[in-house]
Design a protein around this ligand. Sequence first.
Ligand code: FAD
Ligand code: NAD
Length: 466
Amino acid sequence: MQTSQLLILGGGPGGYVAAIRAAQLGIQTVLVENENVGGTCLNVGCIPSKALIHAAEEFHKLARYDTESPLGIQAGSPIVDIVRTTAWKDGIVERLTGGVASLLKKSGVQVVKGWARIVDGKTVEIVSSPAAQPGSGLRISCEHLLLATGSEPVALPSMPFGSQVISSTQALSPGALPTSMAVVGAGYIGMELGMAYRKLGVEVTIVEAQERILPAYDTELSKPVLASLKKLGVSLHLSCSVLGLDDAGHLRIKDAQGAESTLAVEQILVAIGRRPRIAGFGLESLLLDMNGSAVRIDDQCRTSMRGVWAIGDVAGEPMLAHRAMAQGEMVAEIISGKHRRFVPASIPAVCFTDPEIVVSGLSPGEAETAGVDAISASFPFSANGRAMTLESSDGFVRVVARRDNHLILGWQAVGGGVSELSAAFSQSLEMGARLEDVAGTIHAHPSLGEAIQEAAMRALGHALHI
Ligand code: FAD
Ligand code: NAD
């Protein structure tokens, strides 16, 4: 039997970051990964989706210039070779996953390829595949076991994945573009990929159970995205449930009034959420305390069993790569003897729709629910010069702060390219900035960042450009 100080199950953003940091700190670390390192995020999630979104945007831009544009640019009829697009995307994925493999090697992490099966809280068996016979693999014992097995897409019971019913994984590697696609779920994946497919010329219909798109965000934030969907010609079926497929393979849906209809589409992308990956590797034998279907953790990512830790998607919401990475880095430091707790001032979230949405910290509604006496103010991109030059003056930046001492509690923005504002938002929250700090900071002109300063000034009652 091989021994290790730290044994990590899963080489996604949580697992690989934990491994690199642990090795840097002199901890003898083994990382087990069944597929390519990089996990969901690098292989079939964040990176490939952003690549496809970019390609779709470039194509859409050219298609808009086909006849005329206010910019005076006219282009011919563009075509997209989706096989080459996919190959370009795969190239980025390979560069990044290869980079992660090199970093792991350079820092001295032992990467074991295979499927991990938990024997007990201190022993794991590595087999060739989830279907392999127990007892046939390499056994590794450990002082610390870190669960970083991530998550998997949720299927509709009435319509399992297969054939024309696909998950984001297949949608991110199209061999050919369908003429039409139904997207079930108007959350992160449905909206990001639904919009990208529409921009690539596919007829897209979105079916959402709630009465509005992106229900996790407030309506002010989702409104510009809704307007953009309509402009793109995406059909929307809100407050609708999915009944399954009919004999012709068409999607059967039911609206809020109980009326049934059928959507004759070539492909159906199901994006109704992801669930922690907790089955198929003996986790249940540890009898850990659970939080719904996620492993319950405390503010140091410790599970209910001593020496067993969990990070990232397997530990539940928010299922975001940067949260998994931050937890992984922290666990490695705690194991090395440092005093750390996971109490971030904010975990920013970005939805890469057109326009983009970014949130960091509390919204006005969340501040109210928390019982905080807060003020909030918005600054619209229609009054921002840089936004106008980028043809993207829809949207706004909003700030939320305590009324008494002006401590900033949260930021939200919707608009073209606002994902890049997330750094400024989160830094101001972590550093305990007040409205006066941001209002008194010189922001470069012309930039979208000026809207941040102006929102803070507006909350103080003296915006200059509105
Ligand atoms: P994962 O990345 O899921 O990695 C877990 C790894 O464990 C996998 O590689 C798996 O093969 C391995 N594994 C599981 N069980 C075993 C076992 N028994 N033995 C061996 N190996 C095992 N997040 C963002 O922050 N920004 C985004 O823009 C974003 N876009 C996304 C787009 C899509 C389409 C999807 C699906 C997700 C997106 N996410 C995004 C979410 C992000 O991918 C996840 O939050 C992140 O990957 C979680 O990291 P993790 O390390 O917890 O797990
Ligand atoms: P989601 O939770 O973001 O959205 C799911 C949507 O499906 C919701 O709007 C929900 O109301 C709807 N829904 C649920 N059941 C339904 C049903 N039966 N019929 C119709 N609609 C239904 O989930 P997702 O889009 O699958 O993404 C999963 C997770 O992946 C996200 O929560 C997020 O953590 C992560 N992700 C993040 C990003 C990002 O950070 N930009 C991008 C993609 C994915």
